[in-house]
Design a protein around this ligand. Structure first.
Ligand SMILES: [Zn+2]
Length: 262
């Protein structure tokens, strides 16, 4: 890990753990106080999430065993292998609106709605390890810019809700060990993808070095589109000495012509 990356990691940590948490908390509390309650999905008054929308969101998410269509593989060309990904649901309709409200409209309570599905998929994907070595559950990082705008880190928020509710197996341990590389952190990753990046060239991320060589890691993200983010994250973790065993995402997007539900 280079000096700049180390500085970035420290800045990242400080922001997530201290000021951003307080700023985010304050902003959310003010917003919740001022704004009248309305359903995060359909806008109906007097509900944070109305019973119909809650039921639809839950209907669109699955508990294990997940349908075959929710298992897929992301290529890791540099290693000539694939990363197995499980998705709790397909991105669309009420689930898509709920996820957008969660990520962009301060409806952070939705983390508690999503957490049981993520936790169940993670529990199912965890393989017992030798010598009681825990499997690390690693959230995709949010850029500093995104955290600044939102006041919180969506993927980590979902995992935190799962930890608070005791939803994870004892041998799973959530650890935010993945960070943006210096430069990528400030701008956000989505606009910086070039063709070579998508094919798995230079990685946007840097992982804290593994204390136990080959410690298993399951990566977690909210939405899977091209698989580029997961590919970069997996490579960064592998470079840092981890064994990336699989990944879990809340929702999977597919090209429109292949998704029967669209
Ligand atoms: Zn609704």
């Amino acid at each position: 890990m280079g000096f700049l990356d180390e500085c970035m990691r420290l800045a990242d940590e400080l922001c997530h753990q201290r000021c951003m948490r307080w700023i985010g908390f304050g902003a959310r509390e003010v917003a919740n106080f001022i704004l009248p309650a309305s359903c995060a999905v359909c806008g109906r008054a007097d509900f944070r999430l109305c019973p119909e929308c809650r039921s639809e969101v839950q209907h669109q998410l699955h508990l294990p065993p997940l349908p075959d269509s929710h298992h897929l593989y992301v290529e890791l060309p540099a290693l000539s292998r694939q990363l197995a990904v499980s998705a709790c649901g397909a991105y669309g309709k009420e689930l898509a609106r709920a996820l957008l409200a969660f990520k962009n409209k301060q409806r952070y309570f939705l983390g508690s709605v999503f957490a049981p599905y993520l936790a169940a998929a993670l529990n199912a994907g965890c393989v017992p390890q030798r010598e009681n070595l825990p499997t690390l559950v690693v959230p995709m990082p949010s850029s500093l810019k995104a955290v600044g705008q939102r006041g919180y880190w969506p993927v980590k928020t979902m995992l935190d809700r799962g930890v608070e509710s005791g939803l994870f197996r004892a041998d799973l341990e959530c650890r935010s060990l993945l960070h943006y590389r210096f430069g990528y952190a400030l701008g956000g990753a989505q606009k910086t993808k070039s063709g070579s990046d998508r094919r798995g060239g230079q990685t946007h991320f840097v992982a804290e070095p593994a204390t136990v060589k080959g410690q298993p890691v399951i990566l977690v993200d909210d939405v899977l589109t091209t698989g580029s983010t997961l590919r970069h994250a997996a490579m960064a973790c592998i470079e840092a000495g981890y064994d990336v065993t699989s990944a879990v995402v809340l929702a999977l997007t597919r090209p429109p012509n292949t998704d029967p539900e669209q």
